[in-house]
Design a protein around this ligand. Structure first.
Ligand code: FAD
Length: 120
């Protein structure tokens, strides 16, 4: 069996920004790429809502669609306009998937995103 340490290091060193949140999007874990991309150190984001990454440019309807999807325990993919700590906006290509417990109830959300600004 693969040791848990290997899972941790793989997630930690992933080039994709990865975060794990509670059911209300409060951040419980963020990997190194998350820190690099957003400019926030993980100690600053722990306990904060993912909405700290929100710019004013994403319509409310997109967030509503996102929440409807993930609360149905489905995976949401989409693009949001995020803002770094330094105030720079970037296009975040995001995947949010539910993490269920043994009973099939929502436990955590897994967020993965990359900067899609430079894709053309
Ligand atoms: P709000 O006014 O708080 O919310 C906008 C709308 O979203 C509301 O009208 C409501 O319909 C819905 N909503 C918000 N919170 C909840 C809730 N707890 N339950 C049900 N419906 C709700 N947002 C980003 O902008 N960038 C990200 O990179 C990002 N990553 C995320 C990763 C994960 C794993 C999760 C779970 C969420 C992520 N979000 C992200 C969404 C974020 O948590 C906020 O909902 C979003 O940023 C809008 O926040 P707001 O304060 O601007 O608007």
């Amino acid at each position: 069996p693969l040791p848990p340490r290997l899972f941790f290091e793989a997630v930690e060193q992933s080039p994709v920004a990865i975060s794990i949140t509670d059911h209300k999007a409060a951040i419980l874990y963020a990997n190194r790429a998350f820190e690099t991309l957003t400019g926030y150190g993980r100690e600053e984001v722990l306990g904060q809502n993912e909405s700290i990454l929100s710019s004013n440019a994403t319509p409310q309807s997109v967030y509503q669609q996102l929440w409807r999807t993930i609360q149905r325990k489905e995976t949401w993919t989409g693009t949001l306009v995020n803002r770094t700590k330094a105030g720079l906006d970037y296009l975040a290509e995001l995947i949010i998937s539910p993490v269920l417990d043994r009973d099939g109830d929502l436990q955590y959300f897994l967020g993965m995103h990359r900067d899609a600004t430079k894709v053309h």
